[in-house]
Design a protein around this ligand. Sequence first.
Ligand SMILES: [Zn+2]
Length: 155
Amino acid sequence: MAGRPPKDNSRDKQYRVRLNESEDRILQYVSEMTGKQKSEIFRNALEDYYNKVRVQEAIQADAEFDDWDTGHISLKRVIDCPYCGAANKCDFEEEYEPSYDERPMGEEITYNFDWESYECCSCGKIIHISGYICEYPAGAYNYEDINVEKVEDDE
Ligand SMILES: [Zn+2]
């Protein structure tokens, strides 16, 4: 008699993922806000990335997919004012300088921005917001670095 077939969903692979302080904070935050387990958040992100890579692979390999527009990642971010802490709606889509790199799965796009005098929606003080958001493959988030600085003196 044949043994029980192995369960498809048995999770017997283990990865240790190293996080820095701020990554750990955001993992804690998204877990609390969504009510999802931390492991689930990693698995969801992996599947999302996998699907985007599949789409990009198909576009590159098959002329049938040439007209498939994957769209781009969102450049919307909530930026906390360094003066008063208010949440500011920033859509870097409004003003950025793109740079492109050719990678194995097509173009890597970096959206660079340097907003020198952004006015806080709440206290009206001037903030300097600069940095970049990187997309690779097309339609998938890669990484980002956003710096927020006070422009006026604090007195
Ligand atoms: Zn403010």
